[in-house]
Ligand binder design. Structure first.
Ligand SMILES: O=C(O)CCC(=O)C(=O)O
Ligand SMILES: [Fe+2]
Length: 192
């Protein structure tokens, strides 16, 4: 794809990408960096939380060996009440450690019918209850971001406020062997 469609959120995506990518591109060092997918994560007023899960089980069909990682960007100041992202602080590392992203393994997951939070594959109750103790709300101001790989357990609480929670996720990947993705990063950077 050499041109990006108009009338969508590519403006926002490009802007966020240009802010983020310089700091992480050399550490991640993909041959052909692509954005596998990106989406606004709008959690409606009163919406349920998202159960603890890894993303890798969702992406097994996308790539045989894992390269996709997420950058989760707060589009407003986050709070626990808003249902902000939760991660284990024990796993926190600096940007330089992103070179060892995606070397983890899949924990036991189970599929449930249609959970309120919308993510049907989640870590089994037994494993989750042990992990839950270390999960912490990640305080982020508007415009701040956190990156996590496809093996990072994460979750979020319910949005108990009367307004939607606004965040965005950009999922980067090695595009060398991929035929399906949203855009190459160089295409996005060149577009205006
Ligand atoms: O934004 C959230 O509350 C959770 C999102 C999530 O699990 C994901 O983007 O992989
Ligand atoms: Fe997720």
């Amino acid at each position: 794809m050499s041109e990006l469609p108009e009338n969508n959120n590519f403006d926002l995506l490009r802007r966020l990408h240009r802010e983020l990518w310089p700091e992480i591109s050399s550490v991640v060092a993909f041959d052909v960096p692509v954005i596998d997918h990106a989406s606004l994560l709008i959690k409606g007023a009163g919406a349920a939380g998202t159960a603890i899960h890894q993303d890798r089980p969702y992406w097994l069909g996308k790539e045989a060996s894992p390269t996709i990682f997420s950058v989760w960007i707060a589009l407003e100041d986050m709070s626990t009440e808003r249902g902000g992202l939760m991660l284990s602080r024990e796993n926190e590392v600096g940007v330089s450690e992103m070179s060892s992203f995606n070397t983890g393994s899949i924990l036991e997951h189970e599929e449930s019918g249609e959970p309120a939070g919308g993510f049907p594959i989640s870590i089994t109750d037994q494993v989750a209850s042990r992990m839950a103790e270390s999960m912490r709300f990640i305080g982020m101001a508007k415009g701040e971001a956190v990156a996590f790989d496809s093996f990072e357990p994460h979750m979020s609480g319910p949005n108990v406020t009367p307004d939607p929670r606004l965040s965005m996720k950009i999922a980067y990947a090695e595009g060398k062997e991929k035929t399906r993705y949203l855009t190459r990063t160089d295409t996005l950077e060149r577009s205006s």
